[in-house]
Unconditional design. Structure first.
Length: 138
């Protein structure tokens, strides 16, 4: 089993520090209860999130944020807002595993993952590029 810590105890993105500019809970969110080694939160618009932090098989600390609405799946724009709220200006990833490894507990829930052990959270190559007559794209 993965080693786990409260996101705050793990120094989650230096939450609340002047360096990161992030506060916990983020603006518009309220903590509804502790949740395992993390927290359950709700946004004023009804979006719900669970945030936790654990050391994975790569021996690095990863923050996991699951985001949902009670009766619908968050839009792309809403996921971008959640990414900014919880990860700031760092990389966060959505993971689509092979079918044999996929777990779906809540039909309207999407997930973001970010690595704590890297300054910007980047673990993949940079996929964005500047395209002629288009500009920056990913």
């Amino acid at each position: 089993m993965a080693e786990e810590l409260s996101p705050l105890d793990a120094g989650l993105l230096e939450i609340g520090s002047k360096l990161s500019g992030l506060a916990f809970p983020p603006a518009g969110w309220r903590i509804t209860q502790p949740w395992g080694f993390g927290y359950a939160l709700e946004h004023r618009d009804g979006m719900r999130a669970i945030i936790d932090c654990s050391k994975k098989a790569d021996d690095r600390w990863w923050v996991h944020v699951s985001v949902s609405y009670r009766n619908r799946t968050p839009s792309h724009a809403e996921m971008v807002r959640a990414k900014v709220d919880f990860f700031g200006n760092r990389y966060a990833y959505a993971v689509y595993p092979p079918d044999s490894r996929y777990v779906n507990i809540h039909g309207h829930c999407l997930h973001l993952w970010g690595m704590v052990d890297s300054k910007e959270g980047a673990v993949l190559p940079e996929f964005s590029d500047v395209l002629p007559d288009v500009g920056r794209s990913i």
